[in-house]
Design a binder for this molecule. Structure first.
Ligand code: NDP
Length: 327
């Protein structure tokens, strides 16, 4: 038996609980992992609270991230004793995920734990950190370099935003942060942001084109925020869109794209091909100051997950939440 969070939906309603699970209940897979750490992402909080239709089959163990040690494997490239991590691939949505002490998985989904990180540190990054790195890689691929001008990072005090600021400043970019929490200004400056803008300044519908300022952007908010960022991005600037913390809609015009040659790059971490995942984790190992992870993250036990999930959705959680599944 082992402990895990289980989400159920039946005649008794939608509910999540911490419970004892039997190894025989684990789904099919060629690798069994003894999980040491998982995380609480925005998507996990939606799944646990039932506030978003994230879970595709029930019962479900949530947790889109995990790190741990391979206990058993019949996958040719994965051996018992390997230190591994996993992000996405529908884990925690359609396949049992990381918020439990054991997971059975497809070995193709696993990434070797980078030498630069302990399992705890890898989960301090988790899907949010890896997605932030995918955004940085996209900016680089589109030719945005540190000398081009300011990079705007939204949802700055959240998980993706915090890691994006830390990585971009380490690479020499000048980062301007957008946050709805003025009390987090010192934290955001400690990560490297040179200026903090109030989220409210981007909330109202703007003109199709505004004063051009940003060479690039990492946006986790979507909605009016994303539209206003595109409208104020410089000629040939690049906006990466990875989130919807402020809404699913996109009330923009084509003006930034056809008059300023702005590029809007969509970022998906869930089905991202393996070579790019390996690159993102390798670059996190190289381009992130691990000393900043202590400020970005805090650790909770499995039993605390249910009470923290609604807090995260309310935007009250700073940075990243690591879950030690054994406490
Ligand atoms: P967090 O909850 O950690 O951070 C989100 C941040 O967005 C908050 O901290 C807050 O920052 C800001 N925010 C919250 N609500 C609003 C609002 N109504 N309007 C404007 N800003 C708001 O989440 P993550 O950083 O983990 O994820 C951010 C987004 O990215 C989510 O939508 C998530 O689903 C998405 N995501 C997408 C991935 C992909 O593969 N495409 C992968 C990972 C995440 P502040 O208080 O500083 O303003």
């Amino acid at each position: 038996m082992f402990k895990g969070i289980l989400i159920q939906k039946d005649d008794a309603g939608y509910r999540s609980e911490l419970t004892e699970l039997d190894e025989a209940q684990l789904p099919e897979g060629d690798v069994t992992v003894a999980v040491s750490h998982s995380t609480l992402n925005y998507k996990d909080a939606l799944a646990i609270t039932g506030k978003g239709s994230v879970v595709r089959s029930f019962p479900m163990v949530p947790g889109v991230d995990l790190a741990g040690t391979v206990e058993h494997s019949i996958h040719p490239d994965v051996q018992a004793g390997d230190a591994v991590l996993l992000n996405g691939w529908g884990v925690g949505e359609s396949h049992w995920g990381g918020l439990a002490q054991k997971a059975r998985l497809n070995g193709d989904w696993l990434v070797p734990l980078p030498d630069a990180f302990t399992p705890q540190q890898a989960m301090a990054l988790g899907t949010a950190g890896y997605t932030a790195m995918l955004c940085v890689l996209a900016l680089e691929r589109q030719g945005v370099s540190p000398g081009d001008g300011e990079i705007l990072v939204t949802g700055a005090a959240g998980g993706v935003g915090s890691v994006a600021i830390a990585v971009l400043t380490q690479l020499g970019y000048t980062v301007v942060a957008v946050s709805g929490r003025p009390e987090e200004s010192e934290y955001l400056k400690s990560l490297g942001a040179v200026e903090i803008l109030d989220r409210a300044a981007f909330a109202a519908p703007g003109k199709p084109l505004g004063k051009a300022r940003w060479a690039g952007a990492v946006d986790v908010v979507g909605g009016q925020m994303l539209a206003n960022i595109c409208a104020t991005t410089r000629y040939r600037g690049v906006v990466t869109a990875c989130g919807l913390a402020g809404g699913m809609d996109f009330p923009s015009t084509v003006a930034p794209f056809i008059l300023r040659g702005v590029t809007l790059v969509g970022i998906d971490s869930v089905m991202c091909p393996r070579p790019e995942r390996l690159e993102a984790w390798q670059r996190l190992g190289k381009n992130l100051d691990v000393a900043k992870l202590a400020a970005i993250s805090r650790e909770i036990g499995l039993a605390n997950v249910l009470s923290i999930a609604p807090e995260l959705l309310n935007g009250n959680v700073r940075g990243r939440v690591v879950v030690d599944v054994n406490r």
